[in-house]
Design a binder for this molecule. Structure first.
Ligand SMILES: *Cc1c(COP(=O)(O)O)cnc(C)c1O
Length: 347
């Protein structure tokens, strides 16, 4: 008789942030999307692709896109793997590097999808609690891990470990160190240069945040060809649609649009951080496109979340140890952030 596997029955699925229905008027600051449109070259590329080519399968190896990534990030094309969002890359990593019962590690809190994916693959989860002092997180428990997932910059807290610290983790780890750099474009540093010196590092990137393309679903991995070659066998052969490949190429190639977009977000981030601090909130220093904000005194984060929600402003509240005293607020446009600040002032 048909039967769902026992560990899937008991699985608690990943909970994405709320996505409003089409036409709903909300200020959406809950899932770290970019408030600005993607490069105009993206719309052009999509239109071209849709003209007469959609009846053909896409290029199974995303050759043009991988070449574009290769030249921008200065790595050989055989060190690049494209995914249907970097979420697919994470799944490919587990399918390639772990067997049932293996141990995978990550900091807690960090991106919670690692734990979900680990449970799906019947793995043992080894979280390292971050502790209170985020400027000096504890060295992670790395014993007998097949993989360690490092969200750097961290989400939902926003801090970024230095490349020196990341290299130290890599040296002490026998397995693969996945540096999830979904937010690295908003940070002062990243770990790309470590690919040359740390053979067990694989970096994942996403076009969802800094390229304004969350709806397109494109991410990629950078790592040694001897890893990428095997990961390549595990993905779906047509994992990126024609539209996704063409649009991603256009977005990556328009460097000036990308740089201006990121600069706008950073300016707003700094201005809003100061404004919130002036209002008495604790604002963690952020290397990403969001802020983790704690109200001081008697106001509870959950109450503020609910009041904002009723006013049509969505932010993220995580009801988990270490996070339930704060809110994660995505950086929106200046107008959106001013509306947020105005509401918070009345509370
Ligand atoms: C958004 C995010 C992802 C997923 O990115 P996609 O490319 O949209 O799948 C992965 N890791 C972290 C830490 C993220 O914040």
């Amino acid at each position: 008789m048909a039967r769902v596997k026992e560990h899937i029955r008991s699985l608690r699925a990943y909970t994405p942030g709320i996505q409003p229905k089409a036409g709903e008027q909300v200020i959406k600051l809950n899932t770290n999307e970019n408030p600005y449109p993607p490069s105009p070259l993206v719309m052009h590329a999509i239109a071209q692709e849709c003209k007469d080519r959609l009846r053909y399968y896409p290029d199974p190896t995303s050759t043009t896109l991988r070449k574009a990534i290769s030249s921008i990030f200065n790595v050989p094309p055989e060190c690049v793997l494209c995914g249907n969002g970097s979420d697919e890359i994470l799944r490919i990593l587990l399918a390639t590097f772990t067997e049932k019962g293996d141990r995978i590690g990550y900091y807690q809190p960090s991106y919670s999808y690692y734990a979900t994916l680990g449970s799906i693959h019947n793995l043992t989860l080894v979280p390292t609690p971050l502790g209170k002092d985020l400027t000096r997180p504890p060295f992670p428990n790395l014993a007998n891990l097949s993989l360690f997932f490092l969200t750097n910059p961290n989400s939902p807290l926003g801090f970024s470990l230095t490349p020196e610290y990341v290299a130290k983790i890599a040296r002490h780890l026998k397995g693969i160190l996945v540096v999830d750099e979904a937010y690295a474009d908003f940070a002062r540093w990243n770990c790309l240069h470590l690919l040359k010196t740390c053979p067990n590092i694989i970096i994942t990137r996403s076009l969802s945040k800094s390229y304004s393309l969350a709806g397109l679903r494109v991410g990629f991995a950078l790592g040694a060809a001897r890893w990428i070659r095997h990961m390549d066998k595990v993905r779906d052969h047509y994992n990126l649609s024609r539209v996704a490949q063409a649009a991603a190429c256009a977005a990556l190639t328009d460097r000036s649009h990308f740089e201006q977009n990121v600069q706008k977000v950073l300016r707003t981030r700094d201005r809003v951080s100061q404004a919130l601090r002036a209002m008495g909130y604790e604002v963690l220093p952020s290397e990403a496109n969001f802020l983790f904000v704690r109200p001081k005194g008697t106001r509870s984060a959950r109450t503020i979340y609910q009041r904002l929600f009723r006013s049509g402003i969505l932010v993220r509240y995580f009801d988990q140890p270490g996070l339930r005293d704060g809110l994660r607020i995505t950086i929106g446009t200046d107008t959106e952030m001013d509306t947020l600040l105005a509401h918070l002032k009345t509370y």
